[in-house]
Write a protein that binds this ligand. Sequence first.
Ligand code: SF4
Ligand code: SF4
Ligand code: SF4
Length: 186
Amino acid sequence: MAGESTDDLAAVIDGLLPQTQCTRCGYAGCAPYAAAIAAGTADIDRCPPGGAATIEALARLLERAPKPLNPQCGAESPPRIAWIDEDRCIGCAKCLPPCPVDAIVGAAKHLHTVIAELCTGCELCLAPCPVDCIEMRPAAPPARNQPERNRQRYAAHLARLEARKGERARQIALNKALAATGPLAR
Ligand code: SF4
Ligand code: SF4
Ligand code: SF4
């Protein structure tokens, strides 16, 4: 890894992570965890969705000995995806914002459903649901390109949030400008 910058190394490490963005590693997502490993401030044993295979891949990359998953981050489990009991869903929409890949569809006051092939199994939608009508169910093993698809969906999700923030800021600035000019003369 000689001559490689910390950013380059972080990008390579990020490429080995499953991209569920579940935050179980204690970081805000896979990329921040990758950056912390590259900077030497996080160990390689903190990703439950990746489990032993990811730890081994990281150990190989960084020329270190593999180690067991840190139990403080959770346990490795078979792949699962979220499922919403539509009979119990009250349509509050509280599960939508936390989903890092926008895998839940539904509008306020309408029942919601999970698009199974998009769900990363991150479980971030479970806690906000006020009626506990979301459960995790077994899923097929992720396809080889699943991490890359997760990453692209997450990037699109972040871009949408940024665009919305920009739109809000523009609206506030416009409202302030209108207030400053006072009522329009007729
Ligand atoms: S999959 Fe979850 S635990 Fe693993 S690096 Fe990404 S955010 Fe962290
Ligand atoms: S539906 Fe739930 S478990 Fe699936 S990706 Fe979205 S937040 Fe994660
Ligand atoms: S948080 Fe629960 S009740 Fe609310 S819309 Fe989502 S699934 Fe339905």
